[in-house]
Design a protein around this ligand. Structure first.
Ligand code: GRG
Length: 294
């Protein structure tokens, strides 16, 4: 990885980690609940969504300290979604990021409540942000509730569960990912630009970039899944290492998925240029989302 990118990622990861740690630690939360919330918050995620939000804010001339509470709020929602996704009623996973999942480390009820607490604390975090006006806070909370709730991620999660084991057309797959993962990624870019001071027409151009970023993230996630499976089987990446038909490689093949991803990367950069942001780290982050290795 390019040195300036890895420096940028590390520096911004540290900012978001410190903010989350201080904010949650300093709240008078019941000790057992706080321990469970912090366990998943500290479990070492890549912080891609907050970094994207901070980069978007900086691209339009905004200050990091104004965007940090909103970036932390988004990461809280992401963390809650992973805790609940791992539960026995959903994916029933024992490990997340190489460590025991929240319900394995604690118990199911604690994990459910830690997720609930992170979800609601995220809205409180935005409402308590010091550098934002009331109008900005209301806008940001409204958009975050739409992106993460019944019209966004939660609906995508249920659609995904309902399609399990079925062969689905590409159109349905895109709709599931648009809701399940795309909406939070899109929120990261759009809210960062909004806090940074982007005008209406710039925000309009960014909607396409934001939607494409979600798809790029997902195609790469599916490709990584195939290479992980190939490594497990000790085989080269190929059609027989594609383990799920309802994925981009399952529908388009590896070559087709790579082609589609590159097409979307170019389109995302074009619409980003149309937002007249100048030379920003966002271009590098699009490549990073597209080429990340984990
Ligand atoms: C339970 C309401 C509810 C929603 C869950 C996001 C989600 C919806 C489930 C996660 C399942 C999953 C593995 C989806 C693939 C894409 C994804 C969100 C991967 C994890 O995101 P990263 O790579 O994770 O940003 P880190 O660990 O870096 O934070």
């Amino acid at each position: 990885m390019d040195q300036s990118l890895s420096f940028y990622l590390e520096q911004h990861q540290a900012l978001i980690n410190d903010y989350l740690e201080d904010y949650i630690t300093n709240k008078p939360i019941l000790s057992s609940l706080k321990t469970s919330m912090l366990y998943s918050i500290r479990a070492g995620g890549k912080r891609l969504r907050p970094i994207l939000m901070m980069a978007a804010c900086e691209a339009f001339g905004g200050k990091k300290k104004d965007v940090l509470p909103v970036a932390a709020a988004l990461e809280m929602i992401h963390t809650y979604s992973l805790i609940h996704d791992d539960l026995p009623a959903m994916d029933d996973d024992d490990l997340r990021r190489g460590q025991p999942t929240n319900h394995k480390k604690f118990d199911e009820a604690t994990a459910i409540l830690a997720g609930d607490a992170l979800l609601t604390l995220s809205f409180q975090t935005i409402m308590e942000a010091e550098g934002l006006s009331d109008i900005q806070k209301v806008h940001l909370v409204k958009k975050l509730s739409i992106a993460s709730g019944a019209l966004g991620m939660v609906a995508g999660q249920l659609m995904d569960m309902e399609s399990e084991g079925k062969e689905i057309p590409l159109e349905n797959l895109e709709q599931i990912h648009h809701l399940k993962t795309g909406r939070l990624i899109s929120y990261a870019l759009m809210s960062g630009a909004y806090i940074g001071g982007a005008n209406e027409s710039q925000l309009q151009s960014l909607v396409e970039t934001a939607d494409l970023l979600g798809i790029i993230f997902q195609i790469q996630d599916d490709i990584l899944d195939v290479s992980g499976n190939a490594a497990k089987l000790g085989k080269p990446v190929g059609s027989d290492t594609i383990n799920n038909k309802s994925t981009y490689p399952g529908i388009l093949g590896i070559e087709g998925s790579l082609k589609t991803k590159n097409l979307y990367v170019n389109r995302a950069k074009t619409s980003l240029r149309e937002a007249e942001v100048g030379n920003t780290m966002l271009f590098t982050l699009i490549d990073h989302l597209s080429d990340r290795d984990h």
